[in-house]
Each structure stands twice: as structure tokens, then as C-alpha cells.
Write a protein that binds this ligand. Structure first.
Ligand code: NAG
Ligand code: NAG
Length: 415
């Protein structure tokens, strides 16, 4: 009897646990730190993509600093805030209109020590602010990171790492993590780097350096030891550099850094050399957009930022008499992607509807007087030509006829 009573109580408690005590909890609070300088070419995309992040905005505080601009960076931020500010928990923003450049920098792509000290000061302020408002997380996010995975924050938080960065693709082999650091604190390429970059190894990997998009869990007690200011690190003998100082302070605090590539999170442009003109970055952005189009839709622009979109290149035929874009009518998806790429590149093309192997039959071929050469066999498969191959040939053949008719001398094909 006693046993049955116990059993009953046990079963009762079990159901209470499952059905009765399910409380929904708030999302973690996150302070996002954004630092802007001369970013009119990335900000409209950055902010539009940032607005689409799938995370309750009332749990996000923004810390925005913008200074030393010679372009419309401040105007863009102001227009975006006018529409979006109300959704966020709080905004701490300073748009400095007066500062223009740093002493002796020559070009705005040059990082002088004054500039390093300025960003170090701002990052320290953001960190202090996040701790002051008891944010669970702080997310240092560069405003030229293009986030294409809306669940990025949910994914990173779920990993429960002290410091986590989403792996971001760039041009060539650049990315926002290092797998090795030399004793003098510089970049070292190790065997782990490329397999992570190419998604041959996926997951979250403990690395000595992450930057550009770094999420820090401030609920770790030792997060108080994190700093971007090397003067606060005992015996630091490295360079004046915010991200290197940060990585060293994380190591001392025993807070591990991870780069995560289990999702495809987005892109960032490679860094510029001090000699580079800012226009070099425009070119990089175009290349990243094209890279991104392989898997993602065209980067959106929020309504309030559309007026800041960069003027597209004037369209031309690049010196050819004509540029043909051969596309199967039943693949409108590919046509759309090609047209978007051509828009970015300023290429003027003529769409030519490909002859579809699926529409070809013996009758059609006979009517055109096409015959396969006697004894012809596909060199690899040892079989007759297929309708798809004949269609491909005919698409070119009909264009050749046009070339002759129009007396074109230089023609380019895309298919
Ligand atoms: C970058 O700044 C440093 C320090 O002011 C200066 O010596 C150097 O000439 C600058 N480089 C360029 C390419 O402007
Ligand atoms: C770094 O910390 C030192 C010592 O606290 C301070 O004097 C210095 O102004 C700080 N530097 C920056 C760039 O904030």
C-alpha cells in the first residue's frame, strides 16, 4: 500500500514537472558595440542585414560610436536610428561631427597609434557599459560584417562558450580567426586553418584569436579581466593593437576563444593596406556580393537606407560587339542570379533562350538536317550524343548565325 502511494506521488510529480512547471524565460540581454568610420559603402548593407537578425530586439542594447568621418556615415546611422531605435532596449550613441582625420595618417586606411588608442578607448568604454548595465553578453561587431544567417546570435549563444565568433568568409583565405600566434604575437598559419575555412572540419574550435565579430559571455566572473588596453596587462610586450591585447587578456583570464563554422554566417572584406585607396574596398564589396550570390539572395537594403546605395557601374559590353547570356527557359533562378551579378559588374548582355534538350525529338533534328557522324561515340561514355548535348550545340550554332548576320567581330558567351 505504502509503495503504491509513493508510486502515485512520484507519477504525480513527474507530470507536474513535465506539464506544470514550464516557465518561459527571457532571452539573454546583449549589448552590441558598433564603431563606425567612413563606412558609407558598407553601413547600408550592414544595418539592413543587422535589422533582420532573429533575436528579440528589446533584449538588445546598442552602443554606437562614429567619428573621424569624411563621408555620410553619420547621416546613415541617424536615418537608420530614426526608424529602428524604438525596437531596441536602449541606445547609447555618439555621432561626432567635428573630427575628420588623425595626425599624420596620410590616408584613411592607415592605422596610426593615435587611431589604435582611440579604438582601444572606445572598446573599453563599451565593455564597461555592458558590465554597468549587467548585460549577459557583449557583441563586438564590425560594421563591414555582412550577416547572412539571421539566427547567428541564437546559434552562438547556444554554444555556451566564453568567447565565440562566427566564422566569416572573405576573399582568398582571409577570415576573422587565427589558428596560431607566434611568441611575438603575430599571425601564424597552422594546418587547422584551411580545413576550418573550407568547412572540411565543422563545429566550434578553440583558437588563439578571433576578431571582427566577437560575442563575449559576461556572466563568467573572470570576464572582468578582459581588456583591449595592453597597459592593463602585466608584462605585456606585444604591439599596440586592440585585438592582440584582447586575445592575451582572454588567455590570462582563462576564457577560451572559439570560432564556429557549423553554419554559414556571412562575409567580411579583407583589410586594406595603408597605401590603398578606399575605392579598393568598393571592389572587395562587389566581389563579396558575387561570392554571396552563390548561396544567398541579394543583400537587402532597408527602405530608409536605399538612398545611400552605391551607384551601380555604368553598363557596357566591355568592348565586345555583343555579350550573350545563354539560359534555359526552365531555369529562371539561374537567370536571375546571373542578371544580379551582371548588374553588380556593369555588364550589358543579351539573353538567349537555350535550346532545351527536353524539347528536342528525332523529328526536329531531321528537319534541321542534323546527322551524327558515322561511328561517332562519346569518347568517355561510348554512347550516341544526347538531346541535351545537341541542344547545347544548337544554342551556340544559332548564335553563330547571328554573329555572321550582324558581322560581329568580338563576342562573349556566358552560360
Ligand atoms: C601612416 O601613418 C604613419 C604614422 O603617422 C606615417 O608615418 C605613414 O607615412 C603613413 N602611411 C601612409 C601610407 O600614409
Ligand atoms: C590604458 O590604460 C592606462 C592605464 O590604466 C591608461 O593610462 C590609458 O589611458 C589607457 N589607454 C587607452 C587607450 O584607453
Amino acid at each position: 500500500m505504502k509503495l503504491i502511494k509513493f508510486l502515485f506521488i512520484f507519477v504525480f510529480l513527474y507530470f507536474v514537472c513535465i506539464f506544470g512547471l514550464h516557465y518561459e524565460r527571457k532571452s539573454h540581454s546583449v549589448l552590441v558595440a558598433l564603431f563606425c568610420r567612413n563606412k558609407e559603402h558598407t553601413l547600408p548593407y550592414f544595418l539592413s542585414l543587422f535589422s533582420q537578425i532573429n533575436y528579440p530586439k528589446y533584449r538588445i542594447s546598442l552602443f554606437i560610436r562614429s567619428d573621424h568621418n569624411q563621408d555620410q556615415t553619420n547621416e546613415i546611422i541617424r536615418d537608420w536610428l530614426a526608424v529602428n531605435e524604438k525596437h531596441y532596449h536602449s541606445i547609447d550613441v555618439i555621432l561626432d561631427e567635428k573630427s575628420i582625420g588623425y595626425f599624420g595618417e596620410g590616408s584613411i586606411t592607415n592605422w596610426t597609434s593615435q587611431r589604435f588608442n582611440h579604438i582601444i578607448k572606445l572598446k573599453e568604454e563599451a565593455l564597461a557599459k555592458a558590465m554597468q548595465i549587467w548585460a549577459d553578453y557583449i557583441w563586438f561587431l564590425d560594421v563591414d560584417v555582412f550577416i547572412l544567417e539571421p539566427d547567428i546570435l541564437l546559434f552562438l549563444i547556444k554554444e555556451k562558450k566564453p568567447i565565440a565568433a562566427p566564422m566569416l568568409k572573405s576573399l582568398d583565405t582571409y577570415s576573422n580567426y587565427w589558428c596560431g600566434m607566434s611568441s611575438s604575437y603575430w599571425y601564424v598559419r597552422t594546418d587547422d586553418y584551411l580545413p576550418i575555412l573550407d568547412y572540411k572540419k565543422t563545429g566550434c574550435f578553440n583558437v588563439p584569436m578571433v576578431h571582427s565579430s566577437v560575442l563575449i559571455d559576461l556572466t563568467y566572473i573572470d570576464s572582468i579581466k578582459l581588456t583591449f588596453n595592453s597597459s592593463r596587462i602585466p608584462n605585456y610586450d606585444g604591439p599596440l593593437d586592440d585585438i592582440i591585447a584582447f586575445a592575451i587578456s582572454a588567455k590570462i583570464a582563462d576564457l577560451s576563444m572559439f570560432v564556429c563554422n557549423h553554419e554559414k554566417f556571412g562575409f567580411l572584406p579583407p583589410p586594406l593596406d595603408p597605401e590603398d585607396d578606399i575605392k579598393v574596398e568598393y571592389q572587395h564589396i562587389t566581389e563579396l556580393k558575387l561570392e554571396s550570390l552563390i548561396k544567398f539572395p541579394l543583400w537587402p537594403l532597408s527602405k530608409e537606407l536605399r538612398k545611400y546605395s552605391l551607384p551601380l557601374q555604368e553598363k557596357s559590353k566591355l568592348g565586345f560587339d555583343n555579350i550573350y547570356l545563354i539560359n534555359l527557359r526552365r531555369r529562371p533562378d539561374r537567370l536571375k542570379r546571373m542578371m544580379q551579378s551582371f548588374n553588380e559588374l556593369g555588364i550589358e548582355s543579351e539573353v538567349f533562350s537555350a535550346i532545351d534538350g527536353k524539347d528536342i525529338n528525332a523529328n526536329y533534328i531531321k528537319k534541321l538536317g542534323i546527322k551524327q557522324l558515322n561511328n561517332y561515340k562519346d569518347p568517355w561514355w561510348k554512347r550516341d550524343m544526347k538531346y541535351g548535348e545537341i541542344g547545347c550545340f544548337l544554342s551556340h550554332y544559332f548564335i553563330w548565325q547571328e554573329i555572321v548576320q550582324n558581322k560581329y567581330e568580338k563576342v562573349s558567351f556566358f552560360l
